[in-house]
Design a protein around this ligand. Structure first.
Ligand SMILES: Nc1ncnc2c1ncn2[C@@H]1O[C@H](COP(=O)(O)O)[C@@H](OP(=O)(O)O)[C@H]1O
Ligand SMILES: [Mg+2]
Ligand SMILES: [Mg+2]
Ligand SMILES: [Mg+2]
Length: 295
């Protein structure tokens, strides 16, 4: 994830983002950074873990090894994480039961607009369809103060814990929701109104919004839309879950991350930190809004 983050920075510094619109949707962009970062992550992981299914946002991985620059292929692993004991529940997993969901650049709209700290690299780990871990790398963390910064990498594994950041509870004297800044519609906004937050913070990226929960800047991430996909949520959910938080659809059901599922999170996103009563908050969404999902 951090090598991909460096590639994302290199593309920004070169200045030609190579933007294309995906399909017919002017709100769904892809840049050279999305494409190259995915080659780096999937090229590296598929070499290290050939039996594991890896699914990336930017399409199937058809590259031959010689098509990927050799310095994009990472073989070293994080010594600090590997020094931890692997929880027992993971000691007998077959590679066939694992799916890795890769969002090489989350927050592409914000990357293009220069809101650089909204950008993250997301790698999620699912076993038998359930999210068990994740990595959220923020390449431009603190970039306005620390121009030479290397970003930061947050990780979590259910049963082991989290690393790369200091968890923080949200304020107890007000209720804050974070949501999309670039993909809102009438249903998204009506759902937010029903929850009666004191403050709504609109920022880019599914990864960035889960960061806000991890660091106590918001109580809930609510997005009543089918726009997010499995690669947007698996990685962030892994870190959140490892810290006792919850990410579900707007009915309160967990998503299935097995390799044959459809990509859209068609029933919306509802995520809370462990300091919030998830089901009580979901019960505040009016039935007529919930009944619109999936749509
Ligand atoms: N209506 C929509 N169409 C396409 N993608 C959408 C979408 N709504 C949300 N997403 C995707 O979900 C992620 C989080 O969105 P948001 O920042 O609006 O909360 C973004 O991921 P990417 O930037 O990786 O594509 C975004 O593209
Ligand atoms: Mg995208
Ligand atoms: Mg994304
Ligand atoms: Mg993306």
């Amino acid at each position: 994830a951090s090598r991909a983050g460096q590639i994302i920075k290199d593309v920004m510094h070169k200045g030609n983002l190579g933007i294309v619109e995906k399909g017919l949707d002017k709100n769904d962009l892809q840049t050279e950074a999305d494409r190259s970062a995915q080659k780096c992550i999937i090229g590296s992981l598929s070499k290290l873990f050939p039996g594991v299914t890896i699914i990336g946002e930017e399409g199937p991985h058809n590259d031959q090894p010689e098509d990927i620059p050799s310095d994009w292929i990472v073989t070293e692993q994080d010594k600090a994480v590997l020094a931890s004991d692997c929880p027992n529940e993971y000691s007998k997993i077959n590679p066939q039961e694992i799916v890795v969901w890769v969002d090489p650049l989350d927050g592409t709209s914000e990357y293009v607009e220069g809101l650089l700290d909204h950008v993250t690299v997301l790698i999620g780990l699912a076993v038998k369809g359930k999210t068990v871990g994740g990595v959220v790398h923020q390449p431009f963390y603190n970039y306005e103060l620390d121009k030479q910064g290397v970003g930061r990498t947050l990780w979590g594994l259910v049963g082991l814990g989290v690393g790369g950041f200091v968890p923080h509870p949200p304020p107890s004297d007000k209720f804050i929701i974070t949501t999309t800044r670039s993909h809102a519609d009438a249903v998204v906004n009506k759902t937010l109104e029903a929850l009666k937050a004191d403050e709504i913070i609109r920022v880019g990226g599914a990864g960035h919004k889960v960061l806000m929960l991890l660091e106590g800047k918001a109580h809930a991430y609510v997005f009543a839309s089918k726009g997010c996909k499995k690669w947007d949520t698996c990685g962030p959910e892994g870190v959140l879950k490892a810290l006792g938080g919850t990410l579900t659809d707007i009915h309160g059901n967990e998503y299935n991350y097995a390799k044959d599922v459809s990509y859209p999170n068609a029933q919306g996103i509802f995520a809370t930190s462990k300091h919030v009563n998830h089901s009580e908050l979901i019960s505040k969404i009016p039935k007529e809004l919930k009944d619109r999902f999936p749509y």
